[in-house]
Structure formats: structure tokens, C-alpha cells
Design a protein around this ligand. Structure first.
Ligand code: ATP
Ligand code: SF4
Ligand code: MG
Length: 319
């Protein structure tokens, strides 16, 4: 087990109280595993991802344990975290436009990253590492002398992937890595990411609101709703035997490839207010199966046929 997240709670302090963005989340990640994290906008995916690197804004408060190779990095200070970021756990962001410094040459972006962990490395060696990973992502190393603004969106995202993988981290968190790109480029980027992930035997947390994207890539999928991890299982089980009413609704909302039935079926209702979250199940106001206990008590995680599901419907199934 490379990562164990235990009872993770994340609150953002705001003027009228706290936004409870992540509540009581428990997840494990194995070596070489890809875990997909899905859910609607605002359900807490990025908050959870960023908490693993402690790059959340200052108004965020993290409680719980984040065990990376059995060490609780949730307790690490900024200096200790700097040693983890990039080298052991790295992140690929959604928008390389804003996350790559446009006024630096690509080679300097690499040198900066490499030297922050290996200050004494000869420049030649660092450039060789950079060239190697750039060609792995399909960029001619000669282009290292260009500035990132000279690259197209897809190429810039490849640079971002190369930068986040150059130090061969054990875990990479990819937060909507292709959302800003067109469909064909999205597919190319995901292929590159998957190939490198397998070659380097990394573990990956792939964050997206698109269940279709994780379908091909993820070993397991975690479904989040309003700060709760409502279902966690293998990709197959999530697809073919979804247990949580929210997962079932989410699957129905995927547009069918059948031309007769392309209409997106939205789930009626809105996400609850996370400053004053409902007392019980956070999906209760939208759930067709809600019963009285659902409005009163947060369901625990029930274990049903190898799936972890946070829903009162499975209370009796518990053995
Ligand atoms: P998306 O799919 O849109 O990226 P997400 O699942 O990544 O959404 P988060 O960005 O993690 O969601 O946000 C979770 C909740 O925390 C939301 O209600 C959001 O409004 C709130 N939030 C995020 N950042 C802050 C912040 N800095 N201060 C206060 N609340 C915040
Ligand atoms: Fe629906 Fe109740 Fe299950 Fe929540 S706990 S998803 S309201 S049945
Ligand atoms: Mg996000």
C-alpha cells in the first residue's frame, strides 16, 4: 500500500462559517494502481487531490491522516512537504496555461524542478533527463529552448506531464488533465499518460467529472458527492453493478453512443450547501429512494460484495 487516507476532513474557512468540502474520507492506493475519482463540479475532488500535496489555499484546514509509505504526511511542515512534492508525489493540473510559467524556457522549467531536489546535479545530466522524458511524451527535445507560450495547448499539456514525471514520482495526481483540450488531443494525452504510468510503475489518482474517461484507465473508481466518498469499487463493478443511487444516476447521465438516445439525462436538483450541510445523507434531497433515516443520520460505509457504499439501503445487507 503506497497511500492510505484515513478519516480525512477538509474545511475552508469562509465569512459565514466553514465549507465542509471533504468529510470523513477513507481511501487506499496500491503500487501501480490507477484510482479514478469522479463526481460533479464542487464535490471536493480537487480539494482532496491538493490536500495530498498540501497545496490548498491558506483558509483550508486538514484533519485526519495521509499515510504515504506509512508516514503521516498530513503532519509534515512546508519544508518537509517540499521534499515530497515532485519527487514522490506530483500533480498534473487542468490548465497548463496558468501552471507553466510562460516567460521561462522549457529547459529552465525542467532545470528548476530537478535542481530543487538535486541541487548538485550537473546541468548536462539534468538536461539529458529532461530530453528523455520530453521524447517519451512525444516532444522533440530540441524544443527545450522554446518558451512554453510557443507551444499549442496539447503540447503544453505534454510538457506539464513530462515536468511532473521527470523525477519519477511514486504517485501522480492528474486533476482533469485534458479538460481544456479538444477531443482528439484528449485521447492522445491520455494514451501518453497511461503508457508512462505503466512504464514507470507509478500509482495514479485520476480526477475527472467524466465517467467515460476513467472507464478505460482506472482499476478502481471512487465516486464523490458533496464532500462524501459515496461509493468505492473496481471499475467493472462501478459500471455494471453500481450500488449507490448517486452512482446509478451519474451513469444514466452519460450520453448514449446510440444516435437515437443521445439526450443527457441530468439528475434533478442541486448540490447541498456545504456551509450548512444536511444532517443525514447529502444526496437525500435528490434521491428517489430516500427514507426517514436518510434525512437524520449520515450513512456509514457498508461493505457489499466488495464495494464500499455509503447508503442506508444496504444496512440490512451488512453481515
Ligand atoms: P470541479 O469539478 O469544478 O473542479 P471539484 O470537485 O474539484 O469541482 P473543489 O474545487 O474541490 O471541487 O471544491 C469543493 C468545495 O469547496 C466547493 O463547494 C467549493 O466551492 C469549495 N471551495 C473550493 N476552494 C475553496 C476556497 N478556497 N474557499 C472556500 N471554499 C472553497
Ligand atoms: Fe438515498 Fe438514503 Fe441512500 Fe442517501 S442513504 S443515497 S438518501 S437511500
Ligand atoms: Mg476540481
Amino acid at each position: 500500500m503506497i497511500l492510505q487516507i484515513k478519516n480525512l476532513n477538509i474545511n475552508y474557512e469562509v465569512r459565514n462559517g466553514f465549507v465542509n468540502a471533504v468529510q470523513d474520507v477513507n481511501i487506499t492506493l496500491s503500487e501501480n494502481e490507477t484510482l479514478g475519482l469522479v463526481g460533479e463540479s464542487g464535490c471536493g475532488k480537487s480539494t482532496l487531490g491538493k490536500s495530498l500535496l498540501k497545496i490548498l489555499p491558506k483558509n483550508a484546514k486538514i484533519d485526519g491522516e495521509i499515510l504515504f509509505k506509512n508516514k503521516n504526511i498530513a503532519k509534515y511542515n512546508e519544508k518537509e512537504m517540499r521534499k515530497i512534492r515532485g519527487k514522490h508525489i506530483s500533480m498534473i493540473f487542468q490548465d497548463p496555461m496558468t501552471s507553466l510559467n510562460p516567460i521561462m524556457k522549457v529547459k529552465d522549467l525542467f532545470l528548476e524542478t530537478i535542481k530543487s531536489h538535486y541541487p548538485d546535479i550537473p546541468e548536462e545530466e539534468a538536461l539529458e533527463m529532461s530530453g528523455k522524458i520530453l521524447s517519451d511524451v512525444g516532444i522533440d527535445p530540441i524544443r527545450m529552448n522554446e518558451y512554453s507560450f510557443q507551444f499549442s495547448g496539447g503540447m503544453r499539456q505534454r510538457v506539464m506531464i513530462a515536468l511532473s514525471l521527470v523525477l519519477k514520482p511514486e504517485i501522480v495526481i492528474a486533476d482533469e488533465p485534458t479538460t481544456s483540450l479538444d477531443v482528439i488531443v484528449q485521447a492522445q494525452i491520455m494514451t501518453v499518460l497511461k503508457k508512462l504510468k505503466d512504464e514507470h510503475r507509478m500509482s495514479m489518482i485520476l480526477i475527472t467529472h467524466d465517467l467515460g474517461v476513467v472507464a478505460e484507465l482506472a482499476d478502481r473508481i471512487g465516486v464523490m458527492y458533496a464532500g462524501h466518498l459515496v461509493e468505492l469499487s473496481t471499475a467493472e463493478k462501478i459500471y455494471y453493478e453500481p450500488k449507490h443511487p448517486y452512482t446509478q444516476a451519474l451513469l444514466k447521465s452519460i450520453p448514449n453512443t446510440n444516435i437515437e438516445d443521445r439526450e443527457l439525462r441530468y439528475i434533478p436538483g442541486d448540490l447541498p450547501n456545504l456551509v450548512k450541510p444536511p444532517k443525514g445523507c447529502r444526496f437525500a434531497s435528490r434521491c428517489p429512494y430516500a427514507k426517514s433515516i436518510c434525512h437524520e443520520q449520515i450513512p456509514p460505509d457498508f461493505e457489499v460484495e466488495g464495494t464500499k457504499v455509503k447508503c442506508w439501503l444496504y444496512e440490512k445487507v451488512k453481515v
